[in-house]
Design a protein around this ligand. Structure first.
Ligand code: ADP
Ligand code: MG
Length: 212
């Protein structure tokens, strides 16, 4: 067995079978570095570029820890744009297609809030969205994070560049203190270090310079 085979992670059998059927055999470098830590519940700062397979690096962790019998938001993924949120949602749905009852909602700006609120009313396990709209749902009480286990900041440097820093902090103020926080970023400027200090606990840093 190669040290980058997914099969060494001890994932739930349904997830492993699905990876096989998707043709995902080898982990990408960021997945190989991140997944053992993510599955162990660590906080993580992962530096990796677009196209390196970041979604599965956190998505498999979210799905492995999910308690599908509890229809409460257990994982929240913050993305800079609607396009990126849609990409993350699509990839998590692919990874989760072996777990037919997993409910994922995307919550992004630029579209009416009411249908999103209605969808949240039916319950969801995973929420993916942009900071401003997530904050709106938290403030109006349509999104609740009491059962949140894992929070993901995807493309954190882009979110800061777009001026979402304050919204992110406000979103996180609704999250339980006891949680796992995963931060993914292509670059690691001072703003990211500051954000990490504010929202993470003893994060482990991993870095992949080249594309896979
Ligand atoms: P990033 O978020 O880093 O830009 P994605 O998570 O969107 O990257 O993944 C990029 C593409 O690579 C997606 O199409 C995904 O399905 C594919 N992919 C990810 N991990 C693997 C893997 N281990 N084996 C094969 N394809 C993969
Ligand atoms: Mg991505």
């Amino acid at each position: 067995m190669n040290h980058t085979d997914f099969s060494q992670l001890g994932l739930p059998a349904a997830l492993q079978d699905n990876l096989d059927s998707l043709g995902y055999q080898q982990m990408t470098p960021i997945q190989a570095q991140s997944l053992p830590l993510v599955l162990a519940g660590k906080d993580l700062i992962a530096k990796a570029k677009t196209g390196s397979g970041k979604t599965a690096a956190f998505g498999l962790g979210l799905l492995a820890a999910l308690d599908v019998s509890r229809l409460e938001v257990q994982a929240l993924v913050l993305c800079p744009t609607r396009e990126l949120a849609d990409q993350v949602a699509t990839e998590i749905r692919r990874l989760a297609r072996c777990l037919p009852n997993v409910k994922l909602v995307t919550l992004c700006g630029g579209v009416p809030t009411a249908p999103q609120s209605a969808s949240l009313g039916f319950g969801a396990h995973i929420a993916v969205g942009t900071p401003g709209r997530l904050l709106k749902h938290l403030q109006q009480g349509t999104l609740r994070l009491e059962s949140l286990r894992t929070l993901v900041l995807d493309e954190a440097d882009r979110m800061l560049d777009m001026g979402f820093g304050e919204d992110i902090h406000q979103v996180i103020s609704f999250a339980p203190r006891e949680r796992q926080t995963l931060l993914f970023s292509a670059t690691y400027p001072e703003g990211i270090a500051n954000m990490s200090r504010g929202v993470q606990r003893q994060p482990v840093e991993v870095s992949v310079e080249a594309l896979h």
